[in-house]
Design a protein around this ligand. Structure first.
Ligand code: ADP
Ligand code: MG
Length: 392
């Protein structure tokens, strides 16, 4: 794969650039609650602002349904972006407004939410054409939407020839780091998979089992595997229709000599919010009125040891209900083991990233992926429409 980079752009001096960013930040009462994604977009924006005449940043935000909705306006992001860059940002209240055509050199525009038009998600060619009209160049730095065939990441780049479109720095580092994990992992390659959204992880799990030397399962994902092995897991969170996937993964692993590890001690409780009983038991001894919410101390130690011997690690999905302090030990142990290891480490997934932040180990991880769904699709090896569109 050869993704065009910013340096491959031809004629950026004096250009009008449309920059597709991931500025999908949480907003509450007109304030940006977490500016991580804004910060992540700055290197590419600064690079473009140093060279181009006009830069128009665009993004989606929240669950806008194809029509204007003030709850999902990017206007608060304009203020936050202006503070972060210490320069004016001109907010454009309609992403199809041709303001860029008349903007003075040196202007940074932020276009209103792309998903205020149904054409964005539908990848409507007419919407793409109108969106792209004022711009000579196109840059995509929105890795989080790279797995979606939406207009701003597929239809728009299709309108630009080679050297007129490129991936930004963030996109480049995502693809390089995740690419190293999927295409060229140094062995032993250990994957740690947990979390709750088990059904979204079938394909990545089936792909990972073909590449890793060990698969460490935890969190809600482990419950499905326990069920597949015929254990009774009480009131634990489980997706029963995932049992077949778990069996397939176990069979594929056995065939390839891949070690699949499941917790051999688990933390069980009667209630997450108001527990009266918390015990550590073997997974075959979970009472019918209890649920598994974390892995036990023995498993923490065993998983940490395996991680200490790894050369490559990919982690997605917390090992327990880590949002509750008393059920966070398994997740924090994995975070710390990753931080201590010299392996090339990549973490993806919304909650997993929160967990490594909580553990205070972000700086010891080689790559923290900003795109949950996108990173899983990349790991699966499926085609990423936005990357294909940049390369074409
Ligand atoms: P990610 O966002 O990292 O991909 P998921 O969205 O799949 O991860 O799952 C994250 C959630 O999984 C967390 O909110 C955590 O509380 C929950 N979770 C992990 N283990 C369990 C468990 N044993 N029972 C219930 N929920 C769990
Ligand atoms: Mg999640």
């Amino acid at each position: 794969m050869s993704l065009p980079t910013l340096d491959d752009l031809d004629g950026v001096k004096g250009a009008k650039v449309l920059a597709r960013l991931d500025l999908n930040v949480p907003v509450k009462g007109g304030e940006v609650m977490d500016a991580t994604r804004i910060t992540a977009a700055l290197p590419t924006l600064r690079w473009l602002l140093d060279r181009a005449d006009v830069v128009a940043a665009c993004s989606h935000l929240g669950k806008a349904k194809g029509a204007p909705d003030p709850a999902f306006s990017l206007e608060p992001v304009a203020a936050a972006l202006s503070r972060a860059l210490d320069r004016p940002v001109q907010f454009v209240a309609d992403c199809l407004d041709g303001a860029a055509a008349e903007a003075a050199p040196g202007t940074l525009l932020l276009l209103e939410n792309l998903r205020f038009y149904p054409g964005e998600k539908a990848n409507d060619p007419d919407f793409a054409k109108r969106l792209a009209a004022p711009y000579t160049h196109y840059v995509n730095d929105a890795f989080g939407t790279a797995h979606r065939a939406h207009a701003s990441v597929v239809g728009v780049p299709a309108l630009y020839g080679p050297a007129k479109k490129a991936a930004g720095f963030l996109m480049g580092s995502e693809v390089a780091s995740l690419g190293r994990v999927v295409n060229d992992p140094e062995q032993p390659f250990v994957a740690v998979v947990g979390g709750a959204k088990v059904s979204t992880k079938t394909a990545p799990l089936e792909a990972l089992v073909k590449k890793v030397s060990s698969l460490l399962i935890g969190g809600g994902m482990a419950n499905t595997f326990f069920l597949a092995k015929g254990l009774e897991i009480g009131r634990s969170l489980v997706e029963e229709d995932m049992v077949a996937t778990a069996r397939n993964v176990l069979a594929a692993a056995a065939e390839r000599g891949v070690e699949v590890m499941l917790p051999d001690d688990v933390v069980v409780t009667d209630s997450i919010d108001d527990p009266r009983h918390i015990d550590v038991v073997n997974p075959d001894a979970v009472a019918s009125d209890r649920m598994i919410v974390d892995m036990g101390p023995q498993t923490r130690e065993r998983y940490s040891h395996v991680l200490s011997t790894a050369r490559t690690v990919f982690w997605n999905g917390p090992m327990g209900v880590f949002e509750v302090d008393r059920f966070a030990a398994g997740t924090l142990a994995v975070a710390e083991a990753l931080a201590a290891s010299s392996a090339f480490s990549v973490v993806g997934g919304g909650e997993s990233v929160m967990a490594i932040r909580r553990a205070g180990v972000v700086d010891s991880i080689d790559h923290v992926s900003t795109g949950g769904g996108a990173s899983l699709q990349f790991i699966t090896g499926d085609e990423m429409p936005a990357l294909v569109a940049l390369e074409a």
